[in-house]
Ligand binder design. Structure first.
Ligand code: SF4
Ligand code: SF4
Length: 73
């Protein structure tokens, strides 16, 4: 059985109006893609490291994170 390769992530939307700065997404991201900005909202710092696990999207209690995959070529 062949494993399906995960789609590449095009961008990650973080709704900073909804973000409460809990840090869950930052702490749980396995590859340190996210960080706090100067207002203690989450922001994308290293998109190139994202492995598309979607933990950030699944774990954000405010539903502020959306991982957007690139269109298939
Ligand atoms: S998990 Fe959600 S609310 Fe918490 S810091 Fe990340 S984006 Fe903000
Ligand atoms: S999808 Fe996974 S690797 Fe990418 S930013 Fe979210 S938690 Fe980190």
């Amino acid at each position: 059985m062949a494993l399906k390769a995960k789609a590449k992530v095009d961008h990650i939307d973080i709704n900073t109006s909804w973000c409460k700065g809990c840090g869950i997404c930052i702490g749980m991201c396995p590859t340190q893609v996210l960080e706090f900005d100067e207002r203690f909202k989450a922001r994308v710092a290293h998109l190139e490291k994202c492995i598309n696990c979607k933990l950030c999207e699944l774990l954000c209690p405010e539903l502020a994170v959306s991982v957007e995959e690139a269109e298939n070529e």
